[in-house]
Design a protein around this ligand. Structure first.
Ligand code: DC
Length: 228
């Protein structure tokens, strides 16, 4: 065991490698792991399956209020269910990715999921929580807050490599989609994407995954060493 006790809030835009960093940090620290983006994605599956318009705030709120959304907190396995059905693969598909910004901008959805996130966190002695508003809203007293960022071109290149895309026009389309989602997530009225004042900003443009993981683990262990 690493000796780390507490909460690591890991926020930042998409395409920074945040999820794989968060999982690896959780494993290294012997901590639980919570992917809050997976919860918003699961809520989006419920909205799409109900035939509701993701832009219709009231319809979205009603569907999500009635849906049973479950996520696991183990770093090694991904468990995501909606009304008992495994949606771990579906939540990563383009249909969900297109609609999730709108669903996650609905205040009633955020209130509901933030409440669930806090309940899941309380159950763990050590936990890494990734999202957009963890340090600013969900866990304002987190032991460590990290805001992971990278240049948009680097983020688009990484996404392309993951998806096996090499065509420059397709990479440019990915970069445009990342910018569109950043803009939407940063400008929404409820819990916009931004670093908490006391967050450590880590820029991964010129760091590989291991470099970023090492830095976050070091910061987390320093909080224990400092008797925080
Ligand atoms: O990290 P991700 O791509 O799986 O997140 C999916 C969407 O959910 C993204 O558009 C931002 C939103 N989100 C959010 O608003 N708040 C969070 N804590 C996590 C994700």
């Amino acid at each position: 065991m690493s000796g780390f006790v507490g909460q690591v809030a890991l926020d930042g835009p998409s395409g920074t490698g945040k999820s794989s960093v968060a999982r690896a940090v959780a494993t290294r620290l012997g901590a639980a792991y919570l992917d809050t983006g997976a919860m918003y994605r699961a809520a989006t599956v419920a909205v799409l399956d109900a035939g509701a318009d993701p832009e219709d705030v009231e319809a979205v709120a009603a569907v999500v209020a009635g849906a049973r959304i479950e996520v696991g907190t183990a770093a090694e396995t991904e468990l995501v269910r909606v009304d008992g059905v495994d949606v771990a693969i579906r939540i990563r598909g383009p249909e969900v990715t297109r609609a999730v910004s709108a669903v996650s901008a609905v205040p009633a959805v955020r209130r509901r999921l933030v409440e669930r996130q806090r309940a899941l966190v309380v159950a763990a002695d050590a936990v890494v929580v990734e999202g957009r508003d963890i340090g600013t809203v969900v866990l304002p007293d987190a032991t460590l807050k990290v805001y992971l960022t990278a240049a948009p071109e680097a983020r688009a290149q990484r996404r392309a490599a993951q998806l096996g895309i090499t065509d420059p026009a397709e990479v440019a389309a990915l970069a445009a989609d990342l910018r569109r989602r950043d803009e939407y997530d940063s400008s929404r009225a409820d819990s916009p994407l931004r670093p908490a004042e006391d967050a450590v900003v880590v820029d991964s443009t010129h760091l590989d995954r291991e470099g970023v993981v090492g830095r976050v683990v070091e910061l987390a262990l320093a909080t224990v060493g400092a008797g925080a």
